[in-house]
Design a binder for this molecule. Structure first.
Ligand SMILES: Nc1nc2c(ncn2[C@@H]2O[C@H](COP(=O)(O)OP(=O)(O)OP(=O)(O)O)[C@@H](O)[C@H]2O)c(=O)[nH]1
Ligand SMILES: [Mg+2]
Length: 204
């Protein structure tokens, strides 16, 4: 039975296979395009897995920035990387960026890049900041998890009716029953101890 995780690059396909096999059978790396060829891995007698290179399917929904921040593109292939820095700054909290890079006080993406370029001496001839080089570094840091960031889960606005509602009631009832059983058990155990006490004292 062939089973193959086909997904974006750098999303952990090879890692899942290593976890299933409980050993390192596939190479894993924090850069997209690590897996270059199909690799067959026997999971059980009649089940094998195929680790394959990631693919980026054409999508009308995902913007170029969405795809980039998912870590599925190698930064060296990104043209004008500085164009994505405003989006990156919007995704992260200022305090996290300040802490990661030990810089403060930027008002926009250009100032952010400039501060960083000066701090690390990434200047071009004539003293101009190397905007593209710094932007690539920041995007790479983001994709490798050096800058903390998160997205809150979507709000649960669904109104539960029918089966779902019944399931919630059932769960609550089961919890109540579980608590009652635990209380009874505790009472029983306490009684047992009380019963044992005189006997114990007798034998001593
Ligand atoms: N935080 C986190 N990182 C993970 C997880 N799974 C994998 N990674 C990391 O993500 C990176 C990519 O993992 P891979 O298994 O190489 O991804 P892939 O999908 O095989 O990538 P390609 O071969 O490039 O298509 C590695 O640095 C892994 O250590 C996870 O569950 N959580
Ligand atoms: Mg892989």
């Amino acid at each position: 039975m062939p089973a193959s995780p086909t997904r974006y690059p750098n999303t952990g396909k090879s890692s899942i296979i290593n976890t299933l096999r409980r050993k390192k059978v596939c190479t894993v790396a924090p850069i997209p395009g690590e897996t270059k060829v199909w690799q067959y891995i026997t999971l059980m007698k009649r089940i094998f897995l195929i680790d394959c290179p990631g693919i980026v399917p054409p999508s009308t929904k995902d913007t170029e920035a969405d795809i980039l921040f998912r870590g599925v593109v190698r930064v060296e292939h990104v043209s004008n990387p500085e164009q994505f820095i405003p989006d990156l700054l919007a995704k992260c909290e200022r305090k996290h960026l300040e802490r990661t890079y030990e810089i403060k006080g930027w008002k926009n993406a250009t100032e952010f890049i400039e501060l960083l370029a000066r701090k690390h001496g990434r200047l071009l001839k004539g003293g101009e900041p190397d905007e593209s080089g710094v932007a690539k570094q920041v995007i790479a840091d983001f994709n490798r998890g050096k800058i903390p960031w998160f997205v809150p889960p979507p709000e649960d606005t669904e109104e539960r009716t029918g089966v779902d509602k019944k399931a919630a009631y059932k769960r609550k009832r089961a919890e109540r029953e579980e608590r009652a059983v635990a209380e009874q058990q505790a009472e029983y155990e306490a009684e047992q101890e009380d019963d044992l006490l005189p006997k114990k004292q007798r034998t001593e």
